[in-house]
Ligand binder design. Structure first.
Ligand code: GDP
Length: 199
């Protein structure tokens, strides 16, 4: 039997896209951010968690990927950070991305935690490691979502999760699939706990 989705997730609405810090919404809601490499499966994960087909766009347009997209329901907000490692983005835009993300991740007092989405077949890329190491020194809390788990055997899932948990401690990690709906409840429970919602 599947547990009903918390309405806070299902009723999330697109709030705004912030291309720079001046456009950020006021920090008046509990926020959870989604970060990850382009193509890791971040948008699909966000849509699956909210049980919505098109909340976060899965299509790649460099312009859109440079903004932080906010979704809100009640006093809960999700922030979809631009995917990093997007090859076609010019160097100047990468620098702007870094400035915005660094500002957001270090100065956002209402940020409760970061869901770091990684392809379970290629977890902990150099950039993932840098973000984790840097974020840890800034006292950010991460939960690692190893998505596309459907592409791994049970045994591979088990071994990968064990390796990632060991390397990413004290941060937490789980297997996930947006297609086979693996790990949905676990991910929702983590986000709900950060947002102060009843699971
Ligand atoms: P984003 O760039 O991180 O937002 O990635 P997307 O959500 O757009 O997904 C990138 C690609 O991975 C798309 O082709 C998706 O269909 C695919 N994908 C996303 N999640 C899963 C998953 O859980 N399992 C599988 N097999 N493919 C996935």
């Amino acid at each position: 039997m599947s547990i009903p989705v918390n309405p806070e997730f299902k009723n999330m609405q697109f709030l705004l896209a912030a291309p720079n810090r001046a456009a950020l919404p006021p920090p008046d809601c509990a926020e959870v951010a989604f970060a990850g490499r382009s193509n890791a499966g971040k948008s699909s994960a966000l849509n699956a968690i909210c049980e919505r087909r098109n909340l976060a766009r899965t299509s790649k347009t460099p312009g859109r990927t440079q903004a932080i997209n906010f979704f809100q329901h009640g006093n809960s907000r999700l922030a979809d950070l631009p995917g990093y490692g997007f090859a076609r983005v010019p160097a100047g835009m990468k620098a702007a991305w870094q400035v915005l993300i660094e500002h957001y991740l270090t100065k956002r007092e209402c940020l409760r935690g970061v869901i770091l989405v990684m392809d379970a077949r290629r977890p902990l890329t150099d950039f993932d490691r840098q973000l984790l190491a840097w974020g840890t020194t800034c006292e950010l809390t991460f939960h690692l979502l190893l998505t596309k788990a459907d592409k791994l055997s049970r045994n591979q899932q088990h071994n990968t999760l064990r390796m990632v948990r060991k390397q990413a401690a004290p941060h937490t990690a789980q297997m996930f699939s947006a297609i086979r709906t693996i790990g949905l409840e676990e991910a929702r429970a983590q986000i709900a706990a950060w947002l102060g919602l009843q699971a």
